[in-house]
Ligand binder design. Structure first.
Ligand code: 13P
Length: 249
């Protein structure tokens, strides 16, 4: 097993372009020399300043969303060409906040995943259950359905490059982190599903992240689980202390 860990930030709707420049200038020296991949997914308007500020560093810049059409009359949307031309390398797809507030479905997630891959963007595909679903005992069934649909039409080679983020909705922004056993159980089930859809080699290559109230104090406990290959970090990626999650060991 030779998966390289990914420590990714998701800024959500935070930081202006000038705040982005200032943050990355201060943060880049702190993240230098990290053993893991470092990724910051930022609001669309912050991508260009982020890419410029991160040039020559080990920080990769990604988007938080993207539309699945090439171009045209889709007011307010961002196309894959716009992202790649601006220098983004990754794109978060199907975050629970997009599903909840912007009506994204498993089907639109699948279209976006396929389109991102077609353009050489690495999708960070999000999945996760609500507290009710966890209490109903359907967590793994739900996640399997989300991932199965998200990966329809994706080849094994493309799947190997893709990143999955398991983010239990009840743990996002709540300070309530999943236990390492809960997170590992689901990330392990996702890896087993990837083996079922593709093969053992693909399952072994794909990176599966945990997200939901990751902080410097709980990072090591989560990231030492066998099927957890890093984190997708919201609130704690907005401060330069994010370096403590990157250098969790
Ligand atoms: P928090 O780290 O703020 O809980 O957010 C997690 C998340 O949604 C990352 O995508």
């Amino acid at each position: 097993m030779s998966r390289r860990m990914v420590i990714a930030g998701n800024w959500k709707m935070n930081k202006t372009p000038s705040e982005t420049r200032a943050f990355i200038r201060e943060f880049a020296p702190l993240a230098a020399g990290a053993e893991h991949e470092v990724l910051l997914c930022v609001p669309a308007i912050d991508i260009l300043p982020a890419v410029e500020a991160a040039r020559g560093t080990n920080i990769q810049i990604g988007a938080e969303n993207m539309y699945y059409e090439e171009s045209g009359a889709y007011t307010g949307e961002i196309s894959p060409d716009m992202l790649t031309d601006a220098g983004a390398t990754h794109v978060i797809i199907g975050h629970s906040e997009r599903r909840e507030y912007f009506a994204e479905t498993n089907e639109t997630v699948n279209k976006k995943v396929l389109k991102a891959l077609e353009h050489g963007l690495i999708p960070v595909v999000c999945c996760g259950e609500t507290l009710t679903q966890r209490e109903q005992g359907i967590t793994v069934d739900w996640i399997r359905q989300q991932i199965k649909i998200a990966f329809l039409g994706v080849s094994a080679d493309e799947a190997k490059k893709t990143i999955i983020a398991y983010e239990p909705i009840w743990a996002i922004g709540t300070g309530k982190v999943a236990t390492s056993e809960q997170a590992e159980e689901v990330c392990g089930a996702i890896r087993a599903l990837i083996a079922e859809i593709y093969d053992a080699e693909t399952a072994d290559a794909i990176r599966i992240l945990y997200g939901g109230s990751v902080k410097p104090s709980n990072a090591a406990e989560l990231f030492t689980q066998p099927d957890i290959d890093g984190g997708l970090v919201g609130g704690a990626s907005l401060k330069t202390d994010f370096k403590d999650i990157i250098f969790w060991k």
